[in-house]
Design a protein around this ligand. Structure first.
Ligand code: SF4
Length: 210
């Protein structure tokens, strides 16, 4: 299989339960909920995306002809040490490309494999960490995992309903949009009203990491 990677770089995880952890970010190109073109945003199933996932021209991006080649690329970015190796596979929608072969190739190099998905496709087997971020109006098939990260507010999503899903952590993250202050207020209000939910902020944006 050929993997199309938008970008791949070493950074600190900025969001969620693993925030602050050193990680290689592996961002696959493409998503099943938006083309990534601005002219399609209004009609897309997901319209608040803040990520460029189009093409393979980002830092560390490119086309990789095999799982072994891509895993070697991830390892080279991490560097020598084997302690606490972590790769965060994201997108776009990573489940369009992430397969068992790549998970195993990353495991063979000592990486824990975390994935951040919109949940509309089943997660590949063998992952060490699954973060699902549901989008209103979509059919979520991946209803279990480690972390449910709800970008808030979103009309058409009922947090009470999500609480019935099988996740260890329920996180609410203010939407990064023009109405940032209102989104923050809404996220704080949700965490105050429903103690199951914990507020998470995008720390990487505060400290200027990608
Ligand atoms: S599902 Fe994720 S990657 Fe796809 S358009 Fe929405 S926010 Fe962007």
């Amino acid at each position: 299989m050929t993997y199309a990677v938008k970008e791949c770089f070493l950074t600190l995880q900025g969001e969620g339960v693993q925030a602050g952890s050193r990680a290689v970010f592996l961002r696959f190109a493409g998503c099943n909920l938006w083309s990534g073109r601005e002219q399609d945003r209004a009609s897309a199933e997901c319209s608040f995306c803040d990520t460029d996932f189009v093409g393979t021209d980002g830092e560390g991006g490119g086309k990789f002809q095999s799982a072994a080649a891509l895993a070697a690329h991830v390892e080279a970015l991490w560097g020598e040490g084997r302690e606490q190796r972590l790769v965060v596979v994201t997108g776009g929608e990573p489940m369009l490309q992430l397969d068992r072969e790549l998970v195993e190739a990353l495991h063979a190099r000592g990486f824990r494999v975390a994935a951040e998905t919109n949940g509309t496709l089943p997660a590949v087997a063998g992952l060490d960490w699954i973060c699902v971020s549901p989008k209103a109006g979509t059919e979520i098939v991946q209803r279990e995992g480690n972390e449910l990260k709800l970008v808030w507010p979103q009309t058409g999503i009922d947090p009470a309903e999500l609480e019935g899903w099988n996740f260890q952590h329920f996180l609410v993250q203010p939407m990064d949009c023009a109405e940032r202050e209102q989104a923050m207020d809404a996220a704080v209000a949700l965490a105050m009203e429903r103690p199951r939910w914990r507020l998470t902020l995008q720390a990487h944006k505060v400290i200027g990491l990608p």
